[in-house]
Design a protein around this ligand. Structure first.
Ligand SMILES: [Zn+2]
Length: 538
């Protein structure tokens, strides 16, 4: 990280030396940004919850903005993706699970001893399969780990113990943990049980039993979770231990050996599990808006740079008392990001010079439900995914102070780092490396779904300089995801205009550069998701 910071500072200094002074963001831009945020965050839109009329109205607003004169003609190609179907799955009744261990069978109490996640694609699921212990359940080429080597889990239920090798960066760790059911599925497993400890352990059974699952489903019968095992199962700590009875080692021994760094070779457990689950489905649609600004260079116009933000927020507060504020306005999360998106799109016209590559402006839905809109678009892109060459995500810029630095989450993985540093230096904005690595923000917003398809991406947030650190901590412990992320906050429109200008410049530079952005050599995300793409040296 220190080396990265030094490199970025050097690049910024070099770029600053050659960059002309830029005019301050103008008062009209501030007015436009304010108008967008005031409309999108008004009580009338009722918190823009995914699948609600408030969100549909907000989407209509963005589409109308994309059609206005003053925006590039191509942006009038704003498209609704209104057919994108979402599904919420819950259990129609508590699903019975039966565990058979070397002879006797036990009925597990659903929601207490064990639970299975409701299915989005199998309304009636019946499953009966032997259990196989698969160590930590990691099968990852870039990390050089394959816990499935030599094990046959086809048609079986993989049982993994939560463990990551020392030294894995926090964003890679979160990615690996969330990919474990997909890793099991790749090896042919039909079910997956993850045994955690501490905060990752007890308590998982209850939520899995009670919480509905929402994701996209498409006409081909796929869902956003089709890469995972059919069943994702949790068991209580007591039953987790009992799964290992008569096995070559106990759960405690397996844990100890994993912690010692020696690794554990998996083995068949002396148990099998049967379950039946009936899902109740609630289907709904929610629009996304995509605007295209065609590129002008015939050699590069097929390539697209994406500028994207999520339009949805949390809707209405169900448990508000009568007379209490019940609207999650989401002024900063993420009316501010969408206002930035619209303003950055408009900036492309002011310059009077069309970009060489095409630009794609996306207002996503269902980010707050788990990056679902972005997941759908990444799986069903409006142009072949290989033609999306770089992406900038806008999510919750804290436009409450005169920021003088930004965090560029994910920039260190690709040459986008250089672009962000150069654009920032032209505006006197420093680029700081991630000050909140424990938050793993690189994989917690929409851009990550495109990263998983191999697209280099960056997620820009206002930084900790010039009082930003206190502003951030006050926001995260107060208005964040609460009803008072609203227009009563002292939004700094000068900062908003500067932030829009910065993102415009980054998009512009990516669109006009001779070379498309490249992942860096031996970067985890580039090697994992874009192994065949050419790479750049750091
Ligand atoms: Zn949010």
């Amino acid at each position: 990280m220190n080396l990265l910071r030094a490199c970025l500072a050097l690049l910024a200094a070099l770029a600053a030396a050659g960059a002309p002074a830029q005019p301050a963001a103008d008062a009209q831009a501030q007015q436009r940004l304010r108008a967008h945020v005031e409309f999108l965050a008004s009580d009338l839109l009722e918190g823009r919850g995914t699948g609600t009329r408030g969100h549909e109205l907000a989407a209509a607003y963005v589409a109308a903005e994309f059609r206005k004169p003053g925006l590039p003609p191509g942006v009038s190609n704003a498209r609704w993706l209104g057919q994108a179907q979402r599904r919420q799955a819950s259990h129609a009744a508590a699903p019975p699970l039966t565990l058979t261990r070397y002879g006797p069978s036990f009925a597990l109490v659903p929601g207490k001893d064990a639970a299975v996640r409701p299915s989005l694609t199998e309304r009636d699921m019946a499953l009966s399969a032997p259990l196989v212990f698969v160590g930590s359940g990691i099968s990852d080429r870039a990390l050089g780990i394959d816990d499935y080597a030599g094990l046959d889990v086809r048609g079986k239920i993989a049982v993994a113990v939560d463990h990551l090798p020392a030294g894995v960066p926090s964003d890679v760790a979160v990615h690996v943990r969330s990919s474990l059911p997909a890793m099991a599925a790749r090896h042919g497993a039909v079910g997956f049980i993850h045994i955690g400890e501490g905060p990752r352990g007890p308590g998982r059974v209850g939520p899995l039993a009670r919480q509905p699952v929402t994701d996209w489903v498409d006409s081909a019968g796929l869902s956003g979770r089709s890469d995972q095992t059919r069943a994702v199962i949790a068991v209580s700590p007591e039953w987790a231990e009992r799964l290992f009875e008569r096995a070559p080692m106990t759960l405690a021994q397996a844990r100890a050996q994993l912690r010692s760094g020696k690794g554990v070779k998996g083995f068949a457990l002396a148990a099998s599990l049967a379950l039946r689950a009936r899902a109740a489905w609630h289907d709904f649609t929610s629009p996304q808006v995509v605007g295209i600004l065609p590129g002008s260079d015939p050699r590069l116009a097929a390539e697209h740079v994406v500028l994207m933000g999520h339009l949805d927020h949390l809707g209405l507060k169900a448990d508000a008392k009568p007379g209490e504020d019940n609207v999650y306005n989401g002024a900063l999360d993420n009316a501010a990001g969408i206002a930035t998106l619209i303003e950055a799109a408009r900036r492309f016209t002011e310059v009077g010079r069309p970009p060489r590559r095409s630009l794609m402006f996306i207002a996503n839905t269902a980010e707050e439900l788990g990056l679902l809109g972005a997941s759908y678009l990444a799986a069903h892109p409006t142009v072949p995914i290989g033609q999306i060459v770089g992406l900038i995500n806008l999510d919750m810029p804290l436009l409450l102070y005169d920021f003088n630095d930004v965090f560029a989450f994910g920039a260190e993985h690709s040459t986008i780092a250089r672009t962000v540093a150069a654009a920032g230096s032209g505006l006197g904005v420093a680029v700081t490396s991630d000050a909140m690595p424990e938050q793993s923000l690189f994989i917690r917003s929409d851009h990550y779904r495109f990263v998983q398809k191999g697209v280099p991406a960056v997620f820009i947030m206002t930084g900790h300089g010039n009082g930003g650190k206190d502003v951030w901590s006050r926001f995260l412990s107060g208005p964040y995801h609460d009803v008072n992320d609203d227009l009563s906050q002292p939004i700094n429109w000068r900062a908003a205009a500067r932030f829009a200008e910065l993102n415009y410049r980054i998009a512009r530079t990516l669109a006009d550069a001779d070379q498309r952005p490249l992942w860096y050599e031996s970067d985890y995300f580039g090697e994992t998701f874009a192994p065949a793409q050419p790479k750049a040296r750091r």
